[in-house]
Design a protein around this ligand. Sequence first.
Ligand SMILES: [Zn+2]
Length: 347
Amino acid sequence: MLKKILMCFTLLLALSCAATVSAKSAELTGIDAFDLDNDTVRIEISYKGGKLDTSNVAVESNGDILFVDLDNTSLGRVSRVAGTKIQSGARDFIDKIIANKTQERHTRIQIHLRSEIDGNVSFMIEPANRSEKKSARIVVDVKKSFAQDTWGNFNGDGRIIVLDPGHGGSDSGAVGPTGVREKDVSLAVSLKAQQLLNESGYQVVMTRTTDIDVAAPGVPDSTELQARVDKAPPNADIFISVHCNAFSNSRANGVETYFAPGAVKGSRLALLLNEELERLGELNNRGVKAARFYVMTHSKCPASLIELGFITNPREEQLLADNDYQQKLAQAITNAVNRYFNQGGFD
Ligand SMILES: [Zn+2]
């Protein structure tokens, strides 16, 4: 399925189409992709002649391809890959850019990325700037840190946090009395935490960003879990696996966090995660515990596994499925990470 990132405003589009039927279409004059900073690749699509506004632009991502659809435009000098410049830094991130005419006065720019992105794309229209010798252009910014498998290209100081949303794909994890699935809760909370951590200047590597088996469906647990451990780059700073608890007795409740026996840094991480989750004030605290969970004992960096609450408990199931509570859980994880690295104003 195509994921709509930014939708055209239908009404505006209709109005502008009506108003500009006889207006001259804009002619594309060049496409330039470059690193804006460590985290962002910028793609500038220059044009001249006609006028464009945001209602002429739609950006969608489909896995590792970003589509920029432009109406009221013609290809001009930009024919297919000609007229396109991908500067050296951006080459690590962008494979190729292809421009096509899709119909009369409509063009589509395909930006083929080297890995999947997860929706953090924005665009704006910049007018011509004579002093900078820039023509009018459509500026598309893509956040690299939302891409998978690009950690090798990071050269910033940002610490690398691995988030592992438990279960996924063929494995639902535990399922609550009304059908809430652990794999969905763990993913939703992890994606929210990814966003908050990114905003705090961390690089985040996700073991999964969609509802998939990380290794493959039906493989032994150790293969699946090793595939998650292997997602961590060699220079990862910490690994956090996100789960929900389950028990046959639906009254079982509360939050708990784990570390591998003997892991000093892992136990500190687990303690801080536990404190921040307890601070939300909703759930009973079952404490910080040592256990030989695969992802913790095999992780090369300090690791913790957290149980956000009991999905088998009707009250906690509702909380875990609640968008606002998921956001609070993500904030708790982020606070714990900040404290672990003595950042963000904590002691
Ligand atoms: Zn689990």
